[in-house]
Write a protein that binds this ligand. Sequence first.
Ligand code: SF4
Length: 216
Amino acid sequence: MNFDKSFVKKVLYLMEKEARKRKAPVFRKELIIENDPFKIFILAFLSSRTKDETTVKVCKRLFKRVSNFKDILSLSQKEIEKLIYGVGFYRQKAKNLKKTAEIIVKRYSGNLPNQLEELVKLPGVGNKIAKVILAEAYRKPFIAVDVHVHRISNRLGIVKTKTPSETDRVLDKIIPEELKRKYNKIFVAFGQTVCKPKRPLCNECPLKNLCPKIGI
Ligand code: SF4
């Protein structure tokens, strides 16, 4: 494993710089969340199986009508479906969103919980979404591992793992707390723009002299 703290720190810095220069779609989310846990939750919740461009477009439409979980609860499921139309599995997500809003309003007085164990009990909220919310809304040291994080961490030799859940366990152990929070977003941004799943742009990559290019 190619792990040492300064290597990861350097890699994160170079990746973020390059992905921002290339205007990675994931960074568009930053423009509409305003550090609001409700908006961060909705973006994370709607983004599974959906392109970031679409999630952002749908969220802009939704946020014109709602600004908290009480507002969601006041809408019918059909109204929610209409508002979030365009994201993957919109009917199922509308159903889960309505149930989630009900739980949050009744059990948590309308405030999004800030503990992993509480978040994963909400309908439609898995480990990955919960960790994105904790890292971005509450600035807690969690890494949400998705396909980009899994793929690039292996190509760089930071881990040597077969599945995202294995990567999740290893990264949680080896990455220092202060580097965890930004890890997901930067790896996703870099995966969207440079270290793509097929045909990564190694010749244009700012890491080409540092990266062992494992599996390429
Ligand atoms: S050199 Fe290639 S494999 Fe390594 S991080 Fe860059 S794009 Fe990915």
